[in-house]
Design a binder for this molecule. Structure first.
Ligand code: SAJ
Length: 415
């Protein structure tokens, strides 16, 4: 099998950019592609546009050595890794627009012997669809869904499994599922990842790889829903849920996850719907879990409003907007939903503290009555503090400063 000298990574976000930088650090020439021109320019200056520990220096080094460059169009390469978002539509149906656009963009440059890998979390059957989309554009090439091992182009799915905040470590050390459309696709894909991955490469089919990835995130969603349901019950009867869960987890076969303000992020709050889409009548548990987690922000808003009203307070502070601690990612963030809903319903001022952002996200910026401020100002101005994200700045806060405050701690760091 020929070596991989040049690879193209499509989508330079939370997964694509670290992946591109890691391959570049292994001596592979990497062309990063993004449709956002500012992202492309930022990366070509050796800088980054997202918050992820260690990524800035890795990208800077990769750009300086000439191994990483960004552009808005793909360059001919030995392999193409697609790491673009797969959001869902308002109807909870998967939206494959970005994947389709990425596939269309590589079609003109594709040559016999090259490999296409889908890393984006996708509904079952998407990798096969990629073969069909490419075949429509390139009638001169053969694809593995039709001709199997002897196809001109190899196509695989290898879902990313990295945890935002720990991406660089996890890309290298996590075990990686690799599912080719044919066996040759699988083997060739393993050859590529072996340049960067030290975890085990677990080989399967493309459809099984798609199913595995969705199952992992649905598993997490269902288990968080259980914790969130317990937290609502505990609130009702006046029990400290954090302590209860900690003690329950001493049982050798119990491991309850942590309740929170709801479930956010582009993965766990979205991917379970892709399984539901494959079998809407056979997924009552997965659908219920989504509902429990989506309802949790409403419960938190009610708690904040009740606390403010009971104490005749005219200003409340929301600490954190990101979907989880120590990142700047606001996608599907329950903290954002809570802050927006609260402002609509609260007849006073809402202060927001988000240490990982210098400005309010667009969805909040247009709402009247919200002010972004720092932690000191928030603590000075209000008595009602809603802790929505357990960012380091809040975890490390001197607790004596919370004396006499009315606290709604959705993360259990001060409870
Ligand atoms: N959360 C809780 N309670 C918990 C754990 C998490 O409320 O006990 C909440 C978080 O606050 C957050 C959401 O769940 O709002 C998701 O956070 P997360 O840290 O569990 O996961 P993500 O979305 O950042 O990353 C997940 C990971 N998948 C799994 O852990 C199964 C990651 O490995 C995947 O690569 C990623 O989704 C993805 O891209 O699919």
């Amino acid at each position: 099998m020929t070596e991989f000298k040049k690879i193209c990574v499509l989508g330079l976000g939370y997964v694509g950019l670290p992946t591109a930088a890691i391959f570049a650090s292994r001596g592979v020439k990497v062309f990063g592609v993004d449709t956002d021109i500012t992202t492309v320019e930022t990366i070509n200056m050796g800088k980054i546009h997202i918050v992820e520990p260690g990524l800035d220096s890795l990208v800077n080094e990769a750009v300086n050595t000439g191994n990483l460059s960004a552009n808005s169009q793909p360059e001919p390469s030995d392999a193409y890794i697609i790491a673009v978002p797969t959001p869902f539509k308002k109807t909870n149906k998967p939206d494959l627009t970005y994947i389709k656009a990425a596939v269309r963009s590589i079609a003109p440059v594709l040559q016999k012997g090259e490999l296409v890998i889908l890393e984006s979390t996708s509904p079952i059957g998407t990798t096969e669809k990629i073969c069909q989309w490419l075949a429509q554009e390139r009638k001169d090439l053969s694809f593995p869904d039709r001709v199997g091992n002897n196809a001109d182009i190899q196509v695989s799915h290898s879902p990313e499994r990295v945890l935002p905040g720990n991406v660089l470590e996890e890309i290298v050390n996590n075990d990686r599922v690799i599912g080719g459309i044919s066996q040759n696709c699988t083997m060739r894909t393993r050859q590529l990842y072996k340049l960067a991955v030290e975890g085990e490469c677990l080989l399967t089919t493309a459809a099984t790889a798609e199913f595995i990835k969705l199952s992992e995130n649905a598993y997490r969603d269902v288990n968080i829903a259980f914790a969130n349901e317990l937290s609502v019950v505990a609130d009702k009867i006046g029990i400290n849920v954090w302590q209860a869960i900690e003690l329950a987890n001493h049982h050798p076969r119990v491991n309850i996850l942590q309740p929170g303000p709801g479930v956010g992020g582009h993965c766990i709050a979205v991917d379970p719907w892709f399984i539901v889409d494959s079998a809407p009548n056979n997924t009552p548990l997965i659908q219920s879990a989504r509902k429990v987690n989506d309802d949790k922000p409403k419960h938190v808003v009610e708690k904040i409003l009740a606390t403010a009203e009971k104490n005749s307070v005219r200003t409340v502070a929301c600490l954190g907007l990101a979907y989880k601690a120590d990142i700047d990612d606001f996608r599907e963030s329950p903290a954002l939903t809570i802050t927006a809903t609260l402002t609509e319903r609260f007849d006073g001022e809402v202060l927001v503290v988000e240490p990982n952002s210098k400005k309010l996200p667009d969805t909040l910026a247009k709402i009247k009555g919200i002010t972004l401020c720092d932690l000191d100002e928030a603590l000075e101005k209000t008595q009602v503090i809603a802790l929505l994200v357990d960012h380091r700045e809040f975890r490390e806060l001197d607790r004596t400063r919370l004396k006499n405050k009315l606290i709604i701690d959705t993360r259990g760091i001060w409870s």
